[in-house]
Design a protein around this ligand. Structure first.
Ligand code: FNR
Length: 383
């Protein structure tokens, strides 16, 4: 209504209203390196397209006259792992946001908090996690890229816990960076930049591994970056390692990047509270299964024992409804708000998130759904 009424006066929104529109505008506006970093995926990028196509192939059968259409008839709120959100949406963990916009991670945390949804802060943030925490309200989670140095991993988890994170999200699908031609073409790996390692540069255990403080000279900083690169991938992790995270924190732990039901069962049996069904936005294994196609089997495998989240390909309110119908408790929303950040800083993130939430709210009402808990497979078309 706000937008239509402003439109009556001849004023239209400055930013596009759709995920595709935001991507298009970002392509025209952002630096080539920043756009490549956000948009790029593994190899032929089929998986990234497949994620979106998988949503396009599911159809909602709207129901009429069920008392859901009045705006105040709807309740989108949900409690996930003890976190109560105004809608079943959290911003996905996205690293190195400093190269997208100087407002970076604090802008994302505060935008999500303003709208009552959650945010997940990446290990590879451009801003020390304590500074992001100060802006992110109550409902932020911390994502761990588990380095090969366990002392550093433990320190990061303890810092996030002390700073007020509500859940620890351990990413399983990135023991190394995928083959990403857009970044390779530009000859740059954003993760190698100092902007991507603020959490390490500010970490006492990581600093204890360095011969001299990174602030001392350009050379010392370079050594810190290389030290971090050297410990980025942990190739020894097994499902039983979930128990070690539990020793470092009292928070719920979820494992991100799960696509096979047996892997989901294994981490839940090992003590994880949940999984994030995700193929990292198609950035790791090309030709991998669309995250949405993996959702139903994973949800069936873990049953009621665990929380199931989904990301990779969510682009609209209807996509959120489809994910909930197939077994997700909530979704992580990725690239569209990153384009918003690049285009207009914090306001761009607020805009992108409001568009998703407005679309979700109206779609629910018009489909006859009053609450998130009501969304199940009966709302989907089965041919
Ligand atoms: C990511 N993703 C990611 N995941 C993670 O666990 N830690 C991270 O630091 C990052 N960084 C990151 C940067 C960029 C630019 C992108 C696009 C993605 C993956 C992210 O959390 C999520 O899985 C995907 O973004 C989901 O795909 P869509 O919906 O954004 O296409």
């Amino acid at each position: 209504n706000e937008i239509y009424l402003t439109g009556l006066g001849g004023t239209t929104p400055d930013l596009p209203m759709t995920a595709d529109g935001l991507e298009e505008r970002a392509r025209e506006t952002l630096s080539a390196a920043a756009f490549a970093y956000i948009a790029g995926s593994a190899s032929t990028e089929r998986t990234a397209r497949g994620n979106v196509d998988a949503f396009a192939s599911r159809r909602i059968v709207p129901r009429m006259w069920r008392g859901a259409s009045a705006p105040d008839a709807r309740d989108l709120s949900v409690t996930v792992l003890g976190t109560t959100l105004a809608a079943p949406v959290l911003t996905a963990p996205i690293g190195v946001l400093g190269m997208v916009h100087p407002a970076a991670e604090p802008a994302v945390g505060s935008a999500a908090a303003e709208l009552g949804i959650g945010s997940v802060l990446s290990t590879a943030s451009s801003t020390p996690l304590e500074d992001v925490a100060a802006e992110s309200g109550e409902n932020w989670w911390y994502q761990l890229y588990w380095p090969s140095d366990d002392g550093v991993a433990e320190s990061l988890v303890r810092r996030a816990t002390a700073a007020g994170a509500k859940v620890i999200v351990v990413t399983a699908d990135t023991p190394g960076i995928g083959w990403r031609p857009r970044d390779l073409t530009l000859g740059h790996l954003p993760f190698l930049r100092a902007e991507g390692i603020a959490n390490y540069l500010s970490d006492p255990v990581f600093r204890s591994r360095l011969a001299s403080p990174p602030e001392e000279s350009a050379e010392a900083l370079q050594i810190a970056v290389l030290t971090w690169v050297g410990m980025f991938g942990n190739h020894t992790l097994r499902p039983s390692d979930v128990a070690r995270v539990r020793e470092w924190t009292h928070l719920p732990v979820v494992v991100k990047g799960i696509l096979h039901p047996d892997d989901a069962r294994a981490v839940v049996d090992a003590g994880a509270d949940g999984v994030v069904v995700s193929n990292h936005g198609g950035r790791q294994v090309d030709n991998s299964i669309a995250a949405l196609d993996a959702l139903e089997p994973v949800a069936a495998a873990v049953g009621d024992h665990a929380t199931v989240l989904l990301d990779s390909g969510v682009r609209s309110g209807a996509d959120v409804v489809v994910a909930l119908a197939l077994g997700a408790d909530a979704v992580f929303y990725g690239r569209p708000w990153v384009y918003g950040l690049g285009l207009a800083g914090r306001e761009g993130v607020v805009h992108a998130l409001r568009c998703l939430l407005g679309d979700l709210d109206i779609t629910m009402g018009l489909a006859g759904l009053s609450s998130v808990t009501e969304v199940d497979q009966s709302i989907l078309y089965r041919s």
